[in-house]
Design a protein around this ligand. Structure first.
Ligand SMILES: Cc1cc2nc3c(=O)[nH]c(=O)nc-3n(C[C@H](O)[C@H](O)[C@H](O)COP(=O)(O)OP(=O)(O)OC[C@H]3O[C@@H](n4cnc5c(N)ncnc54)[C@H](O)[C@@H]3O)c2cc1C
Length: 410
């Protein structure tokens, strides 16, 4: 693996390539709308298959207005949400390692992931179900081991404690830049600061209108994250965008929490919805953002419109995150370094949508509704989008993520 370039140097290198890849061409085999987490990977896999590809992004690549900002995203395999995701995670891990080997750029950091919760919590029950069904290694942590290796945590007596050693985090900004750069290397055109206004299918041709030009293509991939409902009216009622606050906290003793000394963690708290989660302290030069112990609460925030997000006030959320740290990781909080907001796009069952857009003769593919747990899958979703668009099928078991589930009558 190459030594880690600073995020600003990597970004400058890729922005220069994005500028050069902007051409005057108006007709493409495939257009990808939204070059964020899923779209950047889709551009890469499509360009790799030799198709002419245009990726259109409304903001910078990457940026802080959508769902991918903030240094780090947890990757784990003993999937407490549902065991059906585990085969997709096998593909995602493989693809993260493939892109790392192809580029020499580290994107996945194996820190291990701790799971703490009441025996009957959805976190612990779901973790055991997925790990058992797919033989994902998880280790129960003894009291002695807690004291020797994870002494920063103070837990209720009855909590169960597990470590998934192969879990860790992936780096969203670096991953998006890496996929965009590789896509361009393979011949894709990537346009940033260009907003898609509408798309229309006429016969077998799809026309895409942006605020700057009109393009045509044979296949369209829509990966517009929190804005998916605005471009696919038939899915608008299935998607709810929420505002999520995350904090970076200055710990009392930073070295205890530095990358290399501290793992990622998840925690179920009695009486609170969802889970709390966190990361080691990461050096901002390499990962972006600020120096601090990152903590978040994975549970629905307030409903918002992606164009009208209140990005200022997060006092209530900050108070809740501080209380959680003070109770469970007291050495982890001295003061708040930064609060930020980010967007989740929920489906009603919190499962993704990976499918063709209804009534488009399988010419338009969508990846949306990642419900706050999608980034770790980006490396697999990019390939799935490419395969659905070009081959009309995927080898991955994505039936449970189809739009057909919205029309089921029980
Ligand atoms: C605080 C927070 C913590 C999270 N933690 C984790 C975690 O630990 N692990 C994990 O796996 N996942 C996590 N997630 C979820 C994960 O980050 C998202 O599921 C994932 O980033 C969604 O990817 P996406 O491609 O759908 O959206 P994005 O990455 O936001 O990409 C969509 C892109 O489409 C562009 N776009 C939209 N409309 C248009 C238009 N009209 N024209 C052109 N471009 C357009 C947007 O600007 C954007 O760049 C977290 C999310 C948040 C907010």
């Amino acid at each position: 693996m190459n030594p880690l370039l600073s995020l600003s140097d990597l970004s400058a290198r890729v922005q220069a390539k994005i500028e050069r890849s902007k051409d005057k061409e108006k007709v493409f085999d495939i257009i990808v709308l939204g070059v964020g987490s899923m779209g950047s990977a889709a551009c890469y896999y499509l360009a790799k298959q030799g198709y002419t590809v245009l990726g259109i992004e409304q903001f910078d690549i990457p940026h802080e207005q959508g769902s991918h900002a903030g240094q780090s995203r947890i990757i784990r395999k003993a999937y407490f949400e549902h065991p059906d995701y585990v085969p997709l995670l096998e593909a995602a891990y493989k693809n993260w390692i493939d892109i790392e080997n192809e580029t020499g750029t580290q994107l996945y950091f194996k820190t291990g992931l701790l799971y703490f919760g009441e025996p009957d919590s959805a976190l612990i029950q779901g973790l055991k179900l997925s790990a058992g069904k797919y033989n994902v290694p998880i280790n129960s942590i003894s009291t002695q081991e807690m004291q020797s290796s994870f002494a920063s945590f103070i837990l209720p007596e009855d909590y169960e404690r597990y470590l998934e050693p192969d879990a860790g985090f992936v780096t969203p900004e670096r991953a998006i830049l890496t996929y965009a750069e590789q896509a361009i290397q393979l011949g894709a055109s990537i346009h940033s600061h260009e907003k898609t206004m509408e798309w229309k299918k006429t016969g077998s041709t799809i026309t895409v209108k942006t605020d700057q030009a009109t393009y045509q293509c044979h296949k369209l991939v829509i990966t517009t994250g929190a804005w998916a409902g605005k471009l696919i009216s038939s899915l608008a009622n299935q998607l709810t965008v929420t505002r999520q606050a995350i904090g970076w906290m200055k710990p009392k003793k930073q070295h205890l929490f530095d990358l290399g000394n501290f793992p990622c963690w998840t925690l179920s708290v009695r009486g609170k919805p969802g889970i709390y989660y966190g990361f080691p302290v990461l050096p901002p030069a390499t990962f972006g953002g600020v120096l601090g112990l990152k903590i978040g609460h994975h549970a629905p925030g307030s409903i918002t419109d992606p164009n009208l997000v209140d990005r200022q006030s997060a006092q209530e959320e900050e108070h809740d995150l501080i209380q959680t740290l003070q109770r469970f990781i007291p050495e982890g909080y001295e003061s708040t370094a930064m609060m930020k907001t980010c967007l989740y796009t929920y489906t009603k069952d919190e499962n993704f949508i990976l499918d063709y857009v209804p009534d488009t003769d399988q010419q338009v593919v969508v990846a949306a509704g990642f419900s706050g747990h999608g980034f770790k899958f980006a490396s697999a979703v990019g390939e799935i989008m490419a395969d659905l668009a070009t081959k009309g099928k995927t080898a991955q078991p994505i039936g449970f993520l189809s739009t057909a589930r919205f029309h089921k009558k029980y």
